[in-house]
Write a protein that binds this ligand. Structure first.
Ligand SMILES: Cc1cc2nc3c(=O)[nH]c(=O)nc-3n(C[C@H](O)[C@H](O)[C@H](O)COP(=O)(O)O)c2cc1C
Length: 322
């Protein structure tokens, strides 16, 4: 099995990194590693829809699972491997009430032995890497030793790649959004972890906004994972292969990205899909360019109308230039 390139990955983001966004991201970089939104074991096992569907073009693609029932996680891991996912990632970072009441997400940091058991069970049935995305701590349990005890216990179950969101989570009193903003970032703690466990692949996440910042982190770590910036300003992805992975090839312009995306959108529309299900991920494509607000506004005001087609995108682009 070829090892996955973890240099740059896009963070799992519920409602945001769906397969349409992931297709767009892949157009800009062949090297980045994509993660699905978190999918709960309950949805996969009992849900009516196909929660494991994706486009072949998305590879390499990791499925992020939410859950803590060892048996259910094993079932889902097996299905994921059969469906061709390249990695399974367990969510040990989400602090939402709903997730806590299901006893998974960030609150699992308190139960490293259970996480290890889950990883073990998934590895036993799936011949693809099983990784863990976590925080540097929860509530008052925010010492370096708390983090290393967690990492060591999970490592001993065979997990050799961790993604660390470099801030702790407060399990009570803060919304998930606040838990992505209020607890301070502590990049040094993640660097220290890598220094102490050089054999592990450690990726850093949280607050990263540019490829220059990525380069700085990559001098100390194996990978960077970017969430909000990669969504709000997707064109930042256009130079990952060249700048972070040392690949020589031309950088696609924003219009070239758009042009490559159009056939995908047309296929979606022909299959009865709605335009705004895709365009909502494109409003930031021209961020930083003259007229980007005109683009954003035209799309937001028109793409949701019944029967809207590619002409909305074309008109939005024309309005920007004229
Ligand atoms: C809208 C939204 C949804 C998110 N959903 C998930 C999720 O499903 N699983 C997960 O592990 N983290 C989730 N996160 C957290 C991100 O993966 C990431 O850890 C966080 O946004 C910090 O990275 P950033 O500063 O680069 O955005 C979500 C974040 C946002 C903004």
């Amino acid at each position: 099995m070829k090892p996955l390139n973890r240099t740059f990955s896009i963070a799992p983001m519920l409602d945001w990194t769906d397969r349409h966004y992931r297709y767009l991201a892949r157009l800009m970089s062949a090297e980045l590693l994509l993660y699905t939104e978190m999918v709960t074991t309950g949805a996969i096992i009992h849900g009516k829809g196909d929660y494991l569907a994706y486009n072949e073009e998305e590879h390499p693609l990791a499925l992020q699972l939410g859950g803590s029932n060892v048996h259910d996680l094993a079932i889902c891991a097996k299905l994921a491997a059969e469906r061709g996912y390249d990695e399974i990632n367990l969510n040990v970072g989400c602090p939402s009430d709903r997730v806590q009441s299901g006893r998974f997400g960030a609150c699992l940091m308190e139960e490293p032995a259970l996480v290890a058991e889950c990883v073990n069970a998934m590895r036993a049935v799936a011949d693809i890497p099983v990784t863990v995305k976590t925080r540097i701590g929860i509530d008052d349990q925010d010492s370096y030793e708390f983090l290393t005890e967690f990492v060591e216990t999970v490592r001993d179950s065979g997990c050799d790649a961790f993604i660390i969101h470099a801030r702790k989570a407060w399990l009570q009193g803060l919304s998930p959004k606040e838990n992505r903003e209020i607890p301070p970032l502590d990049y040094d703690r993640v660097y220290r972890l890598k220094g102490d466990y050089p054999e592990l692949s450690i990726s850093i996440n949280g607050g990263i906004k540019s490829l220059e910042e990525c380069k700085t982190h990559l001098t100390k770590l194996d990978g960077v994972m970017v969430g909000r910036e990669a969504y709000q300003n997707p064109y930042m992805l256009a130079e990952i292969d060249q700048q972070l992975c040392g690949i020589e090839k031309p950088v696609l312009s924003r219009d070239a990205v758009l042009e490559k995306f159009i056939p995908y959108i047309e296929k979606h529309l022909q299959a009865g899909g709605r335009l705004n299900h895709i365009t909502r991920h494109m409003t930031g494509l021209f961020q930083g360019e003259a007229g980007s607000r005109i683009w954003r506004r035209y799309i937001s005001e028109n793409a949701h109308k019944p029967g809207s087609g590619i002409e909305v995108i074309e008109q939005a682009r024309k309005n920007m230039i004229s």
